[in-house]
Design a protein around this ligand. Structure first.
Ligand code: IMP
Ligand code: MG
Length: 211
């Protein structure tokens, strides 16, 4: 089928040269805060495409519902879902386990529940990062009581050796050491979520915050 030319949007294909060639690559304003890039934006994109293909194969012919854990997973949800070549639906939950600190409190609060019932649905929970695993463990327990047909997890990052509870993460992007990271949805005090890569912060950033 031919696209009507008048409806087609012309885009500029050449990217203008980056005016801020810095560590952050595109946001020089963060350079003083960042220590090291652990996972590049390119590596994330490749991995997310791969996860999308795995999920597409696994859920073909099934009734997939992606459940994103806000706020951190919103970036992954957006990228991942566009690599899943299946009809599917979306829902979101918002939970809080940290407040503004960098250590888990072990207490999970549901700030926003799902909009819809999940009974009889094939649920894939999408998480940004698994640290102690307490958040995920709580969420899985909670969602299981609502009787989905299946309940699996996709997490971009898992911190090695940090889990306090056993968890099965069916679709996992990367393993990193147990350090605090920001970017690609992950925040420190609500900032840095928009970085396209995952990086550590300079210790001064925490020191300043603690004072
Ligand atoms: P857990 O309950 O300890 O597994 O922590 C899970 C939640 O804490 C994640 O969904 C994130 O929101 C947050 N979190 C854990 N580690 C990090 C990190 O390194 N950077 C930013 N947020 C994190
Ligand atoms: Mg957070």
């Amino acid at each position: 089928m031919e696209t009507p030319t008048e409806a087609r949007i012309e885009v500029q294909r050449e990217r203008p040269e980056d005016p801020f060639p810095t560590l952050a690559g595109h946001m020089g304003v963060f350079d003083n805060d960042l220590q090291e890039i652990l996972i590049s934006g390119e590596d994330i994109q490749l991995k997310v495409a791969e996860l999308g293909q795995q999920i597409t194969r696994a859920y073909a012919g099934r009734d997939l519902l992606l459940v994103g854990v806000l706020k951190g997973a919103f970036v992954l949800m957006a990228d991942l879902s566009r690599h899943i070549r299946l009809p599917m639906e979306f829902d979101f939950m918002a939970v809080s386990s940290y407040g503004a600190a960098t250590q888990t409190s072990g207490v999970v609060r549901i700030l926003k529940d799902l909009d819809h019932e999940i009974m009889g649905r094939e649920v894939l929970l999408v998480e940004d990062i698994v640290d102690s695993g307490l958040t995920l463990s709580y969420l899985l327990k909670n969602l299981r009581t609502r009787k989905p047909v299946s309940l699996e997890v996709c997490a971009l990052i898992q911190k090695v050796g940090a889990q306090q509870v056993p968890l099965h993460i069916r679709y996992r992007g990367f393993e990193i050491p147990p350090v605090f990271v920001v970017g690609y949805g992950l925040d420190y005090g609500e900032r840095y979520r928009n970085l396209p890569f995952v990086a550590t912060l300079r210790p001064e950033v925490y020191r300043d915050a603690v004072s």
